[in-house]
Design a protein around this ligand. Structure first.
Ligand SMILES: [Fe+2]
Length: 434
């Protein structure tokens, strides 16, 4: 490639793969779900959702459209927010017992990820962690295809409809890990921004920061040419590093979230802002589904592992609970202050896309410019002030580090070689920002 960031590297990959679902986007398009299922020869669909959405308008729209298209449906609404191995196995049992030939997921990332992982364990019996990467799992590949899956996101953040990963809590270890396989990519996604119109402002904020971090992590990830070429091209994983495709989607996602996040959080009636955030989330999914994230996501798993006595208003979850987007963004400014040295131009460009005031800024200022812009957006959307804002202190830095260093592949996708001391310093510098 002509771009300097993707210059060939001795022993590095010279090829990247783009994987995408067939994607439908637009107000009211949930009504197409039934016809789309029928066109895939789905005759009996499992509809996965959660208890909050079960009796609401979006699931009703999907069920009506399935009925109109002559597709039978069975509903599983016991999806757990922040799915675990236990809750995924419950979904897998429902899928295995129901004689289904397709799955429709209607919900946020927890629902879509439960559908992806549940289909794996419904079809392939193995110890749960076999398909997870070391050190938590055996690193076995998912053996083969799963049921056709139409993913219908109802929040503007996850991007899971466009990715081949599911994030699952392993209960024995009390932390989240990534299940990844090309077979997990939904073949079809139906993204209806009407769903974003009813989200509480703080959910728009949390999911918006998730999408923001997806996009900026993709844009600043190690170049794909920095990873070794895979031994089996057909199994090339989503987590292949930054590439021209992920750049394309990430830049536009950053521009949109920078322009619309504050408006979308403060005004549920601002459909221009909320629709744009929904599109930005899908774009960011297209990007990170083909590049992978890096340190802000890797470090977020330490936060959700060790959080205690913390609740977030607006979420029907017992303490301790920190929404995913918040667990990511509390670390992000500190991460980008650290990673900017390895790719200053990319950090400056990302900050510019986000709407930062970068007048007169040079490469040495890149980390500060991008961190300040993220902090500015955090403050106007009433986010917690760093790790201290979600209950952590100096004494937690070392345990957080020990938890996060297990996320080896995501840490390896950072633009800098990162050791445990670096991670400790990133956490320490994330305790408070203002
Ligand atoms: Fe995320």
């Amino acid at each position: 490639m002509a771009c300097q960031y993707f210059a060939p590297v001795e022993g590095g990959a010279d090829t990247f793969t783009v994987a995408m679902p067939r994607l439908t986007f637009g107000r009211g398009c949930l009504r197409e779900t039934g016809a789309r299922a029928a066109a895939r020869n789905i005759r009996r669909a499992a509809v996965l959702t959660d208890a909050q959405l079960r009796d609401g308008a979006y699931v009703a729209t999907v069920l009506d459209s399935l009925n109109a298209a002559g597709v039978e449906a069975g509903v599983f609404s016991e999806v757990q927010i922040e799915p675990s191995d236990g809750s995924v196995l419950e979904a897998a049992a429902f899928l295995a017992d129901g004689d289904f030939d397709g799955v429709i997921s209607v919900g946020g990332g927890s629902v879509i990820d439960t559908a992806k992982a549940g289909m794996v364990y419904a079809r392939y019996s193995a110890p749960f962690t076999d398909y997870f990467a070391p050190p938590v799992g055996a690193g076995q590949p998912v053996p083969g295809p799963v049921l056709p899956h139409i993913a219908c996101p109802t929040t503007s953040g996850t991007g899971s409809e466009c990715t081949s990963v599911a994030v699952i809590r392993i209960n024995d270890l009390n932390t989240k890990f990534v299940l990844a396989s090309p077979y997990l990519l939904p073949p079809e996604a139906v993204v209806d921004p009407v769903c974003a119109g009813t989200l509480p402002g703080n959910v728009v904020a949390s999911t918006g920061f998730d999408l923001l971090s997806h996009a900026i992590e993709c844009y600043t990830a190690k170049a794909y040419t920095g990873w070794p070429p895979g031994a089996e091209p057909a199994r090339r994983q989503f987590l292949q590093g930054a590439n021209p495709w992920s750049d394309l989607a990430a830049r536009e996602a950053l521009r949109l979230v920078g322009q619309y996040l504050a408006r979308g959080v403060s005004d549920a009636g601002d459909s221009e802002a909320r629709d744009s955030l929904m599109w930005a989330a899908t774009l960011a999914g297209m990007a990170f589904g083909n590049s992978g994230t890096h340190l802000p996501h890797a470090l977020s798993y330490g936060v959700t592992h060790l959080m205690r006595d913390i609740q977030t208003p607006g979420y029907p979850m017992p303490s301790p609970f920190v929404p995913h987007g918040i667990s990511v963004i509390v670390n992000a400014p500190s991460v980008f202050r650290y990673t900017a040295a390895a790719a200053p131009e990319r950090h400056l460009e990302a900050a510019g896309c986000l709407g930062a005031d970068d007048r007169g800024a040079g490469p040495a200022d890149a980390g500060e410019v991008v961190a300040r812009r993220i902090i500015e957006l955090m403050r106007v959307t009433h986010m917690p002030n760093g790790l201290g804002g979600v209950g952590f202190g100096e004494a937690d830095v070392e345990p957080l580090t020990r938890s996060a260093v297990r996320q080896r592949r995501a840490i390896g996708n950072a633009p800098r070689e990162t050791n445990d001391t670096d991670i400790e310093n990133i956490y320490r510098n994330a305790l408070a920002y203002w």
